[in-house]
Design a protein around this ligand. Structure first.
Ligand SMILES: Cc1cc2nc3c(=O)[nH]c(=O)nc-3n(C[C@H](O)[C@H](O)[C@H](O)COP(=O)(O)OP(=O)(O)OC[C@H]3O[C@@H](n4cnc5c(N)ncnc54)[C@H](O)[C@@H]3O)c2cc1C
Length: 474
């Protein structure tokens, strides 16, 4: 690894991070013991001292950040010992690299100047014809099993595919959402509807949106009030969904409804795949801080044939658990935004000059960028661990997704604030280039800590599933 800047930087990165993380973890652990935590009778105080002292054995650990900056951006090399056989692979693997090459070749061949100009991180960047081409090339839903026309691509390959979409600034919302819904259809839809809708998705003729959140139930998702009442072979649905992203483009809404109000809230839910062109559905736009349109969806006396029901009547919880697990397993999607902000900040600092030299030459700049590079590297490892657990179906893994989402999005939020400061005053301007990406990161990062489950909900999932603590929510 000698001569490779990432390998040389990884040593001070790991040293600095270990000191930071262990110090914080032990301080929080001690705190939970209250007064006993500081009593010499209990061992926690020893851990508190050790976590700090060990990180200082080589001197002030903050100085490691100087080495990180110099090795990553200053061309400083250092000899590294022969590390022998490496049994851990920190990359996504060769198959995933091949997928990335294929997607990149596709973008190069098909992304016209007009499409490049249209590219946008939100659903405004969706282009039906381009999506149909992706479908025809097997690159829209390669994750699907062979029997449904997919390629059985692994989570690693999907992560590589998404990273290339991000490279080209292409939206990563309509595909992943429709993909998530497609897997629920495969597992729970009635045959006729399954074949029909999956066929439409596979040909790029239809999209789905998620209709979970309501004005009074976002985090408390199973408190949904949208009512579905049986009427012969149909259901009559009344209610309101909020934040139905891509609802303005979608052909189907994956709808969480209440079919039984007289039982515990999570026992009276049923899921429907409702065609958006049915009478009684109205969409109103909601515009967000991050240059994105989402929607409110009103449903008034919408008559839905029973064939569009997924799973059992009042069995919506089981279907939802399947869907939510996919959502939490997709934390790498959030990390990609964070990576873009970091890459763009480095590019900005390398190409923008102050007092006669590139800003990245300044030691203070490197000191500010280095912790972001470290935290992003940690986020990537956590996300890859989550992909690995999902690929190999490792038991007891259900908290890995929430851990990755929480860490990646909270770090993105915190670091976007700091990068705004670093790049000021350039970062004050909205722009699709240079420091404009930092400004966008600042506006985008806060939303990532909310949608897909807020940070507080992630923490309670980690506490319940990872630490075995009692449920904090009803
Ligand atoms: C841009 C965007 C796109 C979205 N897209 C979709 C979509 O396509 N489909 C869809 O169905 N939804 C979508 N959502 C909704 C999203 O899932 C919810 O906003 C999110 O789950 C939070 O719900 P809420 O907004 O009702 O906030 P609330 O649940 O009211 O939360 C408010 C605050 O209280 C905290 N809180 C709530 N409950 C607890 C608890 N038990 N313990 C501790 N703290 C708690 C939250 O963490 C938060 O800080 C989207 C949201 C946004 C912003």
């Amino acid at each position: 690894a000698s001569g490779q800047k990432e390998a040389a930087a990884a040593v001070p990165m790991a040293w600095w991070w270990a000191g930071q993380a262990s110090g914080r973890a032990v301080a929080r652990a001690l705190h939970t013991f209250g007064g006993y935590g500081v009593s010499l009778e209990y061992d926690i105080q020893l851990y508190y001292r050790r976590a700090k002292a060990w990180s200082l054995l080589a001197g002030d650990s903050q100085r490691e950040l100087i080495a990180v900056g110099n090795r990553l951006w200053g061309g400083v090399t250092c000899p590294l010992p022969e590390c022998g056989e490496i049994t851990l692979d920190f990359s996504l693997g060769q198959q995933a690299d091949k997928m990335a090459q294929e997607v990149r070749a596709f973008f190069e061949a098909n992304l016209t100047a007009d499409l490049r100009a249209k590219a946008h991180h939100s659903v405004a960047g969706y282009d039906a014809a381009f999506s149909q081409k992706l479908c025809a090339a097997g690159l829209r839903y390669p994750h699907w099993p062979l029997e449904y026309g997919g390629r059985g691509a692994t989570p690693f390959e999907m992560a590589a595919l998404n990273a290339v979409f991000e490279e080209y600034g292409w939206e990563r919302i309509t595909g992943p959402v429709t993909n998530q819904v497609a897997f629920s259809l495969m597992g729970f839809a009635q045959d006729e509807v399954k074949q029909q809708i999956l066929g439409e998705f596979a040909r790029g003729e239809a999209l789905a949106c998620l209709g979970f959140s309501e004005p009074a139930s976002g985090s408390d998702i199973y408190a949904a009030k949208t009512r579905a009442v049986r009427d012969g072979d149909d259901w009559i649905i009344n209610g309101q969904k909020i934040f139905t992203t891509s609802g303005n483009l979608a052909n189907y809404i994956y709808l969480l409804t209440r079919t039984n109000p007289d039982v515990a809230k999570h026992k009276g839910l049923t899921i429907f795949m409702v065609p958006m062109n049915l009478p009684g559905i109205e969409i109103q736009p909601v515009h967000t801080l991050q240059d994105e349109r989402t929607n409110i969806t009103y449903l008034e006396n919408v008559r839905v044939p029973d064939k569009y029901r997924l799973g059992e009547v009042d069995g919506g919880l089981q279907v939802m658990l399947h869907t939510m697990e996919m959502e939490h397993g997709g934390a790498d999607q959030y990390r990609l935004n964070y990576q873009s902000m970091l890459d763009n900040t480095i590019a900005w600092a390398s190409t923008t000059h102050r007092n006669g030299s590139a800003i990245i030459e300044e030691p203070e700049t490197r000191m500010r960028l280095a912790p972001v590079a470290v935290k992003h590297a940690v986020a990537r490892v956590l996300c890859y661990r989550s992909l690995w657990a999902s690929h190999y179906k490792v038991p007891g893994r259900s908290h890995f997704g929430p851990v990755s989402k929480l860490f990646a999005t909270e770090s993105y939020l915190q670091d976007s604030r700091d990068m705004m400061d670093l790049a000021a005053p350039w970062s004050l301007f909205e722009d699709r280039h240079g420091a404009g990406h930092i400004e966008l990161g600042y506006r985008q990062s806060i939303g990532t800590t909310i949608y897909g489950g807020t940070s507080e909900i992630m923490r309670s999932l980690i506490a319940e599933h990872g630490l075995g603590l009692p449920k904090s929510r009803s």
